[in-house]
Design a protein around this ligand. Structure first.
Ligand code: U5P
Length: 216
């Protein structure tokens, strides 16, 4: 797996990352959603540098300009519901992408900290020979992404897989490295320290779905 970590101390990305973590800003859910969306836009631009391009000639009013265009179709696939604002950010840039939505949630069968990931609702475009961008703001244990990835692979054979997360943990990265093929790309806006006993990211930001859309 190829890992790309984007956060730099002097960047507008860090400014947005600070706001999504900040408890003083959390009551403003519109700002939370919009910041995740803006981070998705920044990540789209960075990720776009790894895609393949074809040469094209564009007719301007005054002449012909040789330039490049993205070569392969893209399917943006996000994990409901926390992935939705990130999805919108990617869609703002990859505006002709096809789309997919898959639900995944932590099911606690014994009412303790042990959980299994349940993958339920799926509405996904054809992914064969396309570049799939799998989006989820939080990479905690990595179990949601692997469960959704496995469901996706039952649907076809994509050309490239790019996974994009906003906040990742070393544990989540290790889990993905163990379960994903070598040629996958993992895009991380920023890397955090660890997980707590309930498998929430520390320092993280809390529950991304609740912050975007309210408590369940
Ligand atoms: N999640 C959070 N905040 C955390 C950890 C996990 O919101 O600190 C949620 C996200 O919604 C994400 C999922 O979809 O759990 C990822 O958890 P995991 O499967 O990587 O453990």
């Amino acid at each position: 797996m190829q890992i790309h970590i984007l956060s730099e101390n002097n960047s507008i990305l860090n400014h947005f990352l600070g706001q999504i973590r900040n408890v003083d800003v959390h009551k403003d859910s519109m700002r939370f959603r919009r910041n995740i969306e803006r981070i998705g836009e920044i990540m789209s631009y960075e990720l776009s540098k790894e895609l393949s391009y074809k040469n094209v000639e564009i007719q301007t009013p005054l002449g012909i300009k040789k330039t490049t265009e993205i070569n392969d179709p893209i399917v943006l696939c996000s994990i409901l519901r926390a992935g939705l604002p990130l999805h919108q950010g990617f869609l703002n840039y990859f505006d002709s992408a096809e789309n997919g939505f898959i639900s995944a949630f932590r099911h606690h069968p014994n009412n303790d900290d042990y959980f299994e990931i349940k993958v339920d609702y799926q509405a996904v475009a054809d992914i064969n020979k396309k570049n799939v961008l799998l989006l989820d703001p939080m990479l905690a244990t990595g179990q949601s992404i692997i469960a959704v990835y496995n469901k996706l692979m039952e649907r076809g054979n994509p050309k490239e897989i790019h996974i994009a997360v906003v906040i990742a943990t070393p544990e989540g990265i290790a889990h993905l490295e163990d379960h994903l093929p070598e040629n996958c790309h993992l895009w991380i806006a920023t890397l955090d320290d660890s997980l707590d006993a309930k498998n929430y990211i520390v320092p993280g930001l809390g529950d991304a779905g609740d912050l975007a859309y309210g408590p369940k």
